[in-house]
Ligand binder design. Structure first.
Ligand code: SF4
Length: 680
């Protein structure tokens, strides 16, 4: 497979191109890009006549200013090998030929000595679409017999819950929220991520609809809401179960719908039974009258929709919490009308998309335990990791138990390749860095998981330096290692066909973007049904029941032993997409803290330096008072790079590498910390 990166527009052209955003964001915006001399000069929303309706009109400032990322001083320009100590970031350029030769040599050596499982590919969403991830890379690593990665750092519990209950049914289209009489935004902050929902919610309120926000802090959206519930992190499950209990207790549950479309009703009813409003109030910290008001509004509204975000899952109860939230529209009888039901990920609007490379049956490493695996702190069966290949990810800035990850990356006997667009914190620990193209410089396919849309994306700018695409680099490595077969795709059109199927590819080529299979925005239980074997919602599915040690919907109480009384949350922020663009963040990031918690520690308003710490690690930074936080909750943003704190650590240094009840996901919001002043 010797795919060459496609020729972008010739330098010297001044032109406007249309493409789409493949960043790890629900919206998948249609973009208009101005290019001069092969360089991007301006990015904005594509005009309405060719844009997906959801994202027509505006895009986020992150991508609006992406030229700072494309042409900034951190951009990787050439393959380079390490010259100094790991972590120092000293490198000297080498040719692509030498770089790929070195990778092949180190992979072969590791396999010969320790077996294929001593090689671990590590990737996440990064900025990649359907062509540049799980395609040629899957061929390379799976056919070579490498260890496999469970991408559990985000969305794993939510996916497990959505699959278990509904077999991943397509959700309510975000555009339809305008027609909702009540929208509950639960554990999501669309002002930072998935921004196109915000004006729609505003329009719904202008039409008389109500808005409820469930979040431990007063987000910008919560300030506009008719009701804001602030549960203590990790207790959303109790809140959802209390609502279920009330539906059954009052006889408001839609028994007719449940009899026809659901299983596990009695199990759910039994497990919700202990959760009175008063008990839920005690555990969550949400006043019982507020829970009652939420119940009254939700039970009485139609259409009523729940936007379940990924904030719900990031704790020990995360899988059960998402399941309980997603079960609400079934129990409450909210389906079968436009704008009635729920939205989690809308990726299910498109089925049978992607390249299916068979699993080699090798061990699977949980992403949340990469630090353990790299340091042999608690290795699962198999040889030690000797070759780590990082792409579309910045694990040092995003994985829990950061100190363990750092110690692993610093191992001299670990050969680490980082294939990225910029010199990330992780890349500074690499033995070999490879420069990657961005989504504006290569071919890809963008599929929204909020917007129901599939876009074709084309290179609109010249790749910077010697940057190459994933498809090209992984294809060439697979070729050098003799892993290719005659029927493997050999070009971008062939890859498109393999990933999409012929009919979709044809439509995409003709129409530029493709809308869901239903041909219109689906109504749940009218146009789309659960993809379970019996097409019913399984409110207490056996698969989730056995996975959770204490059973589905069992509440695990407050973690820790009281030494660390503050709950640390690390939500998304408008400046970054996970850690992408973190290098561009100006200044230092403060710890945000409620004024009462600050006063209790003698931390005045003069932004004192503090040490945030627990048994996992510490972050040294300034503190900022924020009365929008629930008392007892502190905040450090997600995806912060080392340069943005005094200690070079971020919230991941304080995050436990424990796992959620189902889905084996990350428990970032189970971080419990203490804060003390540092002398200036
Ligand atoms: S990051 Fe999200 S909001 Fe920003 S351009 Fe990409 S898809 Fe749109």
């Amino acid at each position: 497979m010797t795919i060459a990166d496609p020729a972008p527009p010739a330098t010297g052209d001044a032109a406007i191109h249309h493409t789409a955003c493949t960043l790890d964001c629900p919206d998948s915006c249609s973009l208009e890009v101005e290019v001069e001399h092969g360089r991007v000069t301006r990015v904005r929303a594509a005009p309405p006549e060719i844009a997906h309706p959801l994202t027509s009109g505006f895009i986020c400032s992150k991508v609006g200013r992406i030229s700072r990322h494309l042409y900034g001083e951190d951009r990787l320009l050439h393959p380079a090998v390490r010259t100094g100590v790991k972590g120092d970031g000293g490198f000297r350029p080498v040719s692509w030929d030498d770089a790929l030769g070195l990778i092949v040599q180190r992979m072969m050596e590791a396999k010969a000595t320790f077996g294929g499982e001593s090689i671990l590919p590590l990737s996440y969403g990064g900025s990649n679409g359907l062509l540049t991830q799980d395609t040629a890379d899957a061929i390379l690593f799976r056919r070579f017999g490498a260890s496999q990665l469970a991408r559990t750092v985000c969305a794993a519990p939510s996916t497990a819950a959505a699959l278990g209950l509904y077999g991943k049914m397509a959700g309510v289209a975000l555009e339809d929220y305008e027609h909702a009489s009540l929208a509950i935004v639960w554990g999501a902050n669309p002002s930072s991520t998935g921004i196109h929902l915000v004006p729609i919610l505003r329009a719904a309120r202008a039409r008389g609809g109500k808005l409820v926000v469930v979040d431990p802090r007063r987000t910008p959206l919560a300030k506009q809401a008719d009701l804001h519930l602030q549960p203590r992190p990790g207790t959303d499950l109790c809140l959802a179960l209390a609502l279920h209990r009330e539906f059954f207790r009052r006889g408001d549950a839609d028994l007719e719908f449940l009899a026809e479309h659901a299983t596990g009703v009695d199990e759910l009813r039994r497990r919700a039974e202990p959760w009175t409003f008063e008990r839920a109030a005690e555990v969550t910290g949400v006043p019982a009258p507020d829970i009652a008001r939420c119940y009254d509004w939700y039970s009485g509204a139609s259409p009523a929709v729940i936007r379940c975000g990924w904030g719900v899952e990031r704790n020990r109860n995360g899988g059960s919490a998402v399941a309980a939230v997603l079960a609400l529209p079934a129990v409450a009888g909210k389906f079968k009308v436009r704008a009635g039901g729920y939205t989690m990920s809308n990726g299910a609007a498109f089925r049978n998309v992607g390249w299916r490379e068979p699993s080699p049956g090798t061990r699977i490493v949980n992403m949340n335990h990469v630090g353990r695996e790299l340091t042999d702190a608690d290795p699962i069966q198999g040889p030690p990791i000797r070759v780590l290949f990082v792409y579309n990810a910045n694990p040092l800035a995003t994985l829990p138990n950061q100190e363990l990850v750092r110690r692993g990356l610093a191992r001299e006997d670990l050969f680490t390749v980082v294939f990225d667009q910029v010199m990330t914190d992780t890349a500074a620990y690499a033995d070999l860095v490879l420069p990657a193209t961005t989504f504006l410089e290569h071919d890809d396919l963008a599929m929204g998981y909020g917007a129901m849309v599939l876009h074709d994306t084309k290179p609109v700018a010249q790749p910077v330096g010697e940057a190459r695409s994933n498809l090209r680099v992984f294809g060439e490595l697979a070729d050098r290692l003799g892993l290719l077969r005659n029927d493997d795709p050999r070009s971008e059109p062939e890859w498109r066909q393999a990933v999409l199927g012929g009919e979709r590819q044809r439509r995409l080529a003709e129409e530029g973007l493709v809308l869901p299979e239903t041909g219109r925005r689906p109504i749940q239980f009218v146009d789309v049904f659960p993809h379970t074997a019996d097409r019913k919602v399984h409110l207490c599915p056996p698969s989730l029941e056995t996975e959770s040690a204490r059973g589905l919907y069992a509440f695990h109480s407050e973690p820790g032993d009281g030494r660390y009384p503050l709950a640390l949350i690390s939500p998304s922020v408008p400046q970054t997409v996970s850690s992408t663009f973190g290098q561009l963040r100006p200044g230092q990031v403060p710890l945000e803290m409620h004024p009462d918690d600050a006063a209790a520690r003698g931390l005045g308003r003069d932004k004192p330096r503090v040490r945030v710490f627990n048994d996992y690690g510490e972050v040294r930074c300034r503190v900022r008072h924020n009365a929008d936080l629930k008392p007892g909750v502190v905040l450090l943003p997600k995806g912060v790079w080392a340069r943005s704190t005094e200690s070079g650590t971020n919230a991941c240094a304080l995050a436990p590498d424990t796992l959620t009840d189902i889905g084996a996901g990350a428990c970032f919001n189970d971080a419990r910390v203490q804060v003390e002043a540092l002398a200036d």
